[in-house]
Design a protein around this ligand. Structure first.
Ligand SMILES: [Zn+2]
Length: 126
């Protein structure tokens, strides 16, 4: 966190209104709940493959390992997403939400509406 604002071409923007912030928090919490449900299902899918006769009969070992590999990839993406949503909620609690963590400028409300978990402005990217 910078202690001084960049003076070069700094453009002041209207801060997020309380109503906008509440709307974004609601959206983040909705996404968090949905993600947690999805992660519970993914968890099931990444459990060790059972190779008893019945399981092998229904699904070849190769198919089984392949779908487990896909579930693992999904699990990793979900973990990244979880971290960004939890991070956004924490920044909200700390009053730092909506400020780009890279350049310190305010993130446009339109961007936050589409990506409420954004930690950076459009110029800095993700
Ligand atoms: Zn930025």
């Amino acid at each position: 966190m910078r202690s001084t604002r960049p003076t070069r071409s700094f453009r002041a923007r209207v801060s997020l209104a309380d109503g906008q912030l509440a709307e974004l928090r609601e959206e983040l919490e909705r996404q968090l709940a949905r993600l947690e449900r999805s992660m519970a299902i993914t968890d099931e899918a990444t459990k060790p493959v059972e190779l008893d006769q019945a399981a092998v009969g229904r699904l070849s070992r190769m198919d089984s390992l392949q779908s487990q590999g896909m579930a693992k990839g999904l699990k990793e993406r979900e973990a990244v997403r979880l971290a960004s949503i939890v991070g956004a909620l924490r920044r909200m609690d700390e009053g730092r939400y909506g400020i780009c963590t890279s350049c310190g400028k305010e993130i446009a409300f339109g961007r936050l509406l589409v990506f409420p978990e954004s930690a950076t402005c459009a110029a800095c990217g993700d």
